[in-house]
Design a protein around this ligand. Structure first.
Ligand code: NDP
Ligand SMILES: O=C1O[C@H](COP(=O)(O)O)[C@@H](O)[C@H](O)[C@H]1O
Length: 506
């Protein structure tokens, strides 16, 4: 159980915290991989923001683990630099950052080696708060997850209130995902395992549930009778950055589709859950993952597109191609893909779900587009454009609905596409929390509703695996696209063959 620790109000008054601490939680969060890119860019800033909001008590400990020999003081200095660079509020908040860093400790340890000497220090630290919520966040390579869980167990560090967080990707295929799930499951019960997918921490992804299930006006038309097609896009302008060695073994299908895009697809397509509980929600998502039509060689050739970026230009600046970014002569890794998927349920029979993701695209833009069917009988001389609901995941988070309207400027009955637009920034006018903030704190509360269950991971891999195999056999050859473009033209053809087009060029 989390404790609501009694707080030293004098100490708190000296710290730039923006709300009261009556709901602050005390816990021990062990981050394994604490010097890595993910921790520095995402996890530490997320903790800091929640600390600043008063949700984290002053006696909480964030215990960082990595193999590098660093003192806590040296690590804190590195963490300060990362916070100033990556945390929304940190550059103006020196005292608050210092207070936050007091929670941070560093232990040098090879967490995959149960015989490593650092375990005794970690054990001693944790023993001083044996009853509080204890979290192990494993932010290392997936091949270390089981060894790390084995070592944690061997040192007797798993209490009733202990949880483990596993970063994506859970494996590289179905067999390795099962091995991780089995291996970690030998020590932790399923309700102690939190498989993170940071897209589920995005407010706009969670808003899919609100839009669908809090607005009967939408839910009544949310089916194949009314909807013609669904598009799910996650486009980035960044390349692979420092993560090239990982990315080159993964590619866009493993990196983005197996997890983020299939999670979004299940939220869009699922039946209403009985309640917003972890079990009900995940049961419904799982049914959709299982209802995805398996790909075979014919559909892989027809319904998938894969491509790799070559040199181009983004925002007026020249950028290198993928091979130059990696410094390699050749690679068979896709940095872009488009897929036509089918959900075999009564609700969605015959509705194509187009998935698209890529690096080094023209714009950063993630969104879900629901295109409704046209009027069956046209009474206007010029047929209206189909109505479209666009859920903007990022950036410019919001929702828009385009409807045909009478154009007051036109003579006669001219129509014009009018857009009802809700921008989150304008509607809520608040700091936009990073997706990791909610998720990190949900683990402390033991709330699994936004985490992926074992069977969901495996169902996703089951659908992905034939595509991986087909691509390995070159059933669908690799294409190229210039950095700063919208991908190869064959991605447009995928929709054109069905009489559709992507909402707009990225
Ligand atoms: N970076 C990102 O944006 C995202 C990352 N992820 C996932 O998160 C995980 C971490 O990614 P990222 O931070 O980029 O990786 P990095 O390579 O940047 O960092 C890896 C970290 O793990 C530590 N480490 C490696 N081996 C061990 C070990 N045996 N014992 C203890 N610590 C170890 C490293 O430090 P040292 O060498 O000192 O031990 C370092 O702190 C990966 O699974 C990745 O796929 C998921 C989504 C996004
Ligand atoms: O998980 C990942 O996500 C990021 C994109 O996340 P976003 O929140 O910026 O949309 C992606 O760049 C990375 O390759 C992938 O591993």
């Amino acid at each position: 159980m989390a404790e609501n620790a009694g707080q030293d109000t004098t100490a708190h008054a000296a710290i730039s915290r923006v709300t009261d601490e009556s709901h602050s939680l005390s816990f021990d969060y062990v981050i394994i991989g604490v010097t890595g890119d993910l921790t520095m860019r995402k996890l530490l800033p997320a903790f800091y923001e929640r600390f600043r909001l008063g949700e984290i008590a002053l006696d909480t400990r964030i215990i960082g683990v990595a193999r590098s020999a660093l003192s806590t003081e040296t690590y804190r200095e590195r963490a300060r630099e990362a916070l100033v660079e990556f945390a929304f509020s940190a550059s103006q908040d020196r005292d608050g950052v210092t207070a936050f860093l007091d929670l941070v400790h560093y232990v040098s340890l090879d967490a995959s080696d149960r015989a490593a000497s650092g375990w005794s220090l970690l054990e001693a630290l944790l023993a001083t708060h044996a009853d509080r919520v204890r979290v192990f966040y494993v932010a290392t390579a997936p091949k270390l997850y089981v060894l790390t869980a084995d070592a944690i167990a061997a040192h007797g560090l798993i209490t009733e209130a202990t949880r483990i967080v596993l970063e994506k990707p859970i494996g590289t295929d179905l067999a390795s995902a099962k091995a991780i799930n089995d291996g970690v499951g030998r020590h932790f019960r399923e309700e102690q395992i939190f498989r993170i997918d940071h897209y589920l921490g995005k407010q706009t992804v969670q808003n899919i549930l609100a839009l669908r299930f809090a607005n009967p006006i939408l839910e009544r038309v949310w089916n194949a009778d009314s909807i013609a097609q669904v598009q799910i896009t996650a486009a980035e302008t960044v390349g692979v950055g420092k993560r090239g060695p990982y990315y080159d073994t993964a590619g866009a299908l493993r990196d983005m589709v197996q997890n983020h895009l299939l999670q979004i697809l299940s939220l869009v397509a699922m039946e209403p859950p009985t309640a917003l509980s972890a079990t009900d929600l995940r049961d419904e998502k799982l049914k959709i993952l299982r209802a995805l039509k398996p790909m075979d060689p014919d559909t892989i050739a027809r319904d998938t597109v894969r491509a790799q970026y070559v040199a181009g230009e983004i925002g007026g600046k020249p950028v290198d191609g993928y091979l130059d970014d990696l410094g390699v002569a050749a690679s068979n890794t896709e940095t872009f893909l488009a897929i036509r998927a089918e959900v075999r349920t009564t609700r969605w029979a015959g509705v194509p779900f187009y998935l698209r993701t890529g690096k080094r695209m023209a714009r950063k833009e993630s969104e879900v587009v629901i295109e409704f069917r046209p009027q069956p009988w046209a009474i206007f001389s010029e047929p209206p454009k189909p109505d479209r609901l666009v859920i903007r995941i990022q950036p410019d988070e919001g929702v828009s609905l385009s409807l045909a309207s009478k154009d007051p400027r036109a003579a006669g009955f001219g129509l014009h596409e009018a857009v009802l637009d809700v921008s989150y920034a304008k509607a809520f006018g608040t700091r936009y929390p990073d997706s990791y903030e909610d998720l990190l704190m949900a683990v402390v509360r033991g709330d699994q509703v936004l985490f992926i269950r074992r069977d969901e991971v495996q169902a996703s891999w089951r659908w992905i695996e034939p595509i991986l195999d087909g691509w390995a056999d070159n059933i669908r050859p690799m294409e190229t696209y210039p950095a700063g473009s919208c991908g190869p033209s064959s991605s447009d053809d995928l929709l054109r063959d069905d009489g559709f087009s992507w909402k707009e060029k990225i």
